[in-house]
Design a protein around this ligand. Structure first.
Ligand SMILES: *Cc1c(COP(=O)(O)O)cnc(C)c1O
Length: 434
């Protein structure tokens, strides 16, 4: 059977169904906000309305209750939530914050906003989250925090990383944008560190367009996060806040309609995760017949929320490289509705390790002269290629991932995905010729 990449017929042409999570409930919720006439109720001063309107506050109560945590603070993105978190813990210019190179860029740039310096540690070869031994090797007297990421939907190594943090008195900020609803033992991802940050952007499990939620059990940090969210500098005096460190406020406020949508979305989360887990288990089982492909492992006592489903590819067993193989599978598959321009939702390598971005390579963030990178002489700080070999290996050669387990895909749809992989596997000698 001729492969599509060599001009043969594709396994499937009809697009896969879109991931649609917005329904009648969200529509009604938005309409009632519009009818109320109050699209946001924040005031950027010390006043009853400093904490936002009824939908925002209801979302925060419901989110905190669902995840079993004292405080949930709605913001307009996970990116701004991460910035609130870094500011709230009181980083000083030139402090170091350990971050992952293998994540969405916002988790590594948040420290820079407060003139702190991202220090990259390597990732685990099995789980792709920050590796505890690598983290520990990057700690210096200037290290202030670790930003861990529950990458692809799997909780980070809470036990080891939290104990390193306790030993060195560091804060743990958990970026759980990709893992809402994942569990570590009896606790939800997002509640495993000192501060957790969720995303509600369009691409995530549940969404309101753009939005984020910061969670913490720490009353003082919660209040500092609320200040940074809403014009801190104009509020601290009347509020009587004593600690002025990093109290330059922003406007990171979530509007009422987004909060109303998010409340309805939260009710759908557990059902959506269950479907993702079932679809991923089905695909992993069916693809097991291909020896060169192994589904990523799940950390002990954790559940995976599958923002994407990662796999490892062994080129040695296939006789072709990952990129050649996956390109051929992509050629067999159709696009997904609403995301047609992205091509099939199957890709190689995830992101280029973030330290290879021009900002780190050239050390240009604020102004042209190396600030804030030039605040440190620390020799743990390097952005050279080679500093995180596991992340580089995953990016360049071993990891691929797909989003085709999203709810809305039927068994028949998933079977077409399997057919594409099997067809390419069985005809892989077509890829080795010249
Ligand atoms: C999506 C994502 C973010 C950013 O979320 P926004 O809400 O778009 O700011 C941050 N970190 C990770 C790991 C993400 O996947």
């Amino acid at each position: 059977m001729k492969l599509a990449i060599n001009g043969g017929a594709k396994v499937r042409i009809k697009p896969f169904p879109a991931y649609r999570v917005i329904g009648e409930e969200e529509k009604q919720a938005v309409l009632s906000v519009l009818d109320s006439g109050v699209l946001s109720r924040y005031l950027g001063c010390w006043h009853d309305d400093f904490y936002g309107g009824p939908e925002v506050q209801a979302l925060e109560r419901e989110w905190a209750e669902y995840f079993g945590i004292r405080h949930a603070i709605a913001v307009n993105s996970c990116t701004s939530g991460l910035q609130c978190a870094v500011g709230a813990i009181g980083v000083e210019p030139g402090d170091e914050v350990i971050v992952s190179p293998y994540t969405m860029t916002a988790s590594a740039t948040a420290p820079l906003v407060f003139n702190a310096i991202p220090v990259f540690a390597d990732i685990e070869p099995d789980y792709f989250c920050l590796d505890s031994a690598s983290v520990e090797s990057k700690i210096t007297s200037r290290t202030r925090a670790i930003i861990v990421v529950d990458i692809f939907g799997l909780p980070y190594d809470m036990e080891k990383i939290n104990s390193i943090a306790r030993k060195h008195r560091l804060f743990v900020i958990e970026d759980t944008a990709q893992a809402p609803g994942a569990m570590y033992g009896g606790k939800y991802a997002g509640t495993l560190g000192d501060i957790g940050v969720f995303s509600l952007n369009y691409h995530k499990h549940i969404h309101c367009g753009e939005g984020g939620i910061v969670v913490t059990d720490n009353d003082e940090l919660a209040e500092r996060i609320r200040l940074i969210r809403n014009h801190a500098e104009a509020v601290v005096e009347a509020k009587g806040a004593q600690n002025l460190v990093n109290m330059i406020g922003f406007n990171f406020r979530m509007p009422e309609m987004e909060a109303a949508i998010s409340r309805r979305q939260l009710k759908k989360l557990s059902g959506l995760i269950k479907t993702r887990m079932e679809n991923c288990a089905y695909l992993a089982g069916r693809l097991a017949e291909i020896p060169a492909i192994t589904p990523a492992r799940i950390r002990e006592s954790c559940s995976h929320a599958y923002y994407v489903q990662p796999f490892k590819f062994k080129a040695g067993l296939a006789g072709v490289s990952r990129d050649t193989f996956i390109d051929a599978v992509r050629a067999e598959l159709p696009v997904t509705e609403l995301r047609e321009k992205e091509g099939p939702l199957l890709s190689c390598g995830y992101v280029k390790p973030l330290y290879l971005q021009p900002m780190f390579q050239q050390k240009i963030a604020y102004g042209a002269c190396g600030y804030p990178f030039n605040l440190t002489q620390s020799d743990t700080i390097s952005y050279q290629k080679g500093i995180c070999p596991v992340a580089e290996l995953m990016h360049e050669r071993e990891l691929f991932l797909h989003e085709m387990m999203r709810p809305g895909m039927t068994r028949e749809d998933l079977d077409d995905v399997v057919k594409a992989f099997v067809k390419v596997w069985e005809n892989r000698d077509e890829l080795t010729g010249c």
